[in-house]
Design a protein around this ligand. Structure first.
Ligand code: TMP
Length: 239
């Protein structure tokens, strides 16, 4: 949109922008989500930075259940149950956090969303993708991101990064290399099926370089520069 004017989401969920960061373990999503949120705020955007599973009180409790390592605090969870628990956290998150923020024109920066379930529970665990998509549609009411950024890096590199910080190792980090290869392959298949919906950014680089590419991808879809100029000149279009 060369004019710098955004006309609002076409699904009726409001004038905001829904940006999702996706990727395998150790891709640096959390760091990049913070960086892009800071960038958008500095440009005068109202930003809600959030994550899945989580973002609500119930979602955070479900996160604890889902990610606690088995043998520690965690209990074994069947793949079907896991998919439903992620979807349950998502249903809360979409209705209590994401849609209200989009409705008032905020940019929602979300660390993981539906595609994590398709990649991990579908690709990784082997659950039927069409069934999973139906569950997602129920959980989200059909909400889709305006842009997903895949932070892409080889599985071994990501796992090595995570294992270098043992405190942050969860049950999914411990699932094995073959599982994580299936997850990454599923992400690549999701991108191939909808190239316009995604930007792929190589994440095996210094965080500043990755952040620059994430900013460029976002700025190509959202008139960030235009908003920054507006702020400098009085900000009547800033939200
Ligand atoms: P992370 O946010 O630190 O990456 O941890 C979240 C973990 O949860 C990560 O290993 C991926 C996993 N996950 C799923 O398996 N399915 C999902 O739908 C979501 C949101 C996360």
């Amino acid at each position: 949109m060369a004019s710098g004017e955004r006309l609002g989401r076409t699904d009726g969920s409001g004038p905001g922008f829904f940006l999702v960061l996706e990727g395998p373990e150790g891709a640096g999503k959390t760091t990049q989500a913070r960086a892009v949120a800071d960038y958008l705020r500095a440009a005068g955007r109202r930003v809600v930075l959030t994550r899945e599973p989580g973002g609500t009180r119930l979602g955070d409790r479900l996160r604890d259940l889902l990610l606690a390592p088995v043998g520690g605090e965690g209990c074994a969870i069947l793949p079907e149950t896991e998919a439903l628990l992620y979807a349950a956290a998502r249903a809360e998150h979409v209705r209590r956090v994401v849609r209200p923020a989009l409705a008032v024109g905020a940019v929602v920066v979300c660390d993981r969303f539906v595609d994590s379930s398709l990649a991990y529970q579908g690709g990784g665990q082997g659950l039927d993708l069409e069934t999973l998509r139906g569950v997602q549609a129920f959980a989200t009411g059909g909400l889709t991101p305006d842009l997903r950024v895949l932070l892409d890096l080889p599985v071994e590199r990501g796992l090595a990064r995570r294992l270098a910080e043992p405190d942050s190792v969860n049950r999914i980090d411990a699932a094995g290399v073959a599982f994580h290869r299936r997850v990454l392959a599923a992400y690549h298949a999701l991108v191939a099926a909808d190239p316009d919906g995604w930007a792929v950014v190589g994440a095996d680089r210094p965080p500043e370089d990755v952040a620059a590419d994430v900013r460029a991808a976002v700025a190509s879809r959202l008139p960030v520069g235009g908003v920054a100029e507006d702020v400098a000149s009085g900000g009547d279009r800033a939200r």
